[in-house]
Write a protein that binds this ligand. Sequence first.
Ligand code: 5RP
Length: 225
Amino acid sequence: MNDKQLVALQAAKYVENGMLVGLGTGSTANYFIEELARRQREEGLKITTVASSTISTQHAQSLHLPIIALEHISSIDLYVDGADEITADMTLLKGRGSDLVKEKLLAKAATQFIAVADESKLVSHIGQNFAIPIEVIPFAWQLAKKSLESVGGQGDLRPNAAKDGFWITSHGSYVLDMKFDIDIDANTLNELINNTPGTVEHGIFFGLTDAVFIAANGAVSERWA
Ligand code: 5RP
């Protein structure tokens, strides 16, 4: 079993009968979805799920997990998702994919949000390995970029896979991948980007995580806020 699978299985132990469970997106989240399906099949676990992306919806449906749409919920019991970067104060960078909007809504709506990752995701500061993905309304991209540049951001629109156009998120936004000065802390950056007109959502998950589970060399460590 690899570390991503191991940490996902550990998070799945926190799922109890009757819970409404948020499903994250990505390879680690997929292991979590598969473990829920196994527990449903083999242990009779009774849960309802809500997914952060179309791909996770499809995965959950293919495994016969009961699933409801995001617009039908006002809160959830538990959300489990991966991350691209995790700092010591449990701030996350997410959104290498296209599903930031739903991911942050579920993280906020959850009574408990557990971030799961292998140790490669641990960083000393947000933005260490990746630019900050910032979803912007397509017609606002240039104005949003200028605002972000005025507070020290550098970057550009993310190209699509064929490099003949721009990346479109599942919410229909463009993505500005922006690097900022290492001295700006994640809290300040979170506020700066939140206050940028034209921004739909961004990849910094500040103050949302209740626990971080990290797997390294076949062992999982849990850190709770
Ligand atoms: C998608 C995400 C993912 O959770 C993140 O990219 C981690 O992915 P993986 O578990 O495949 O390493 O934020 O928006």
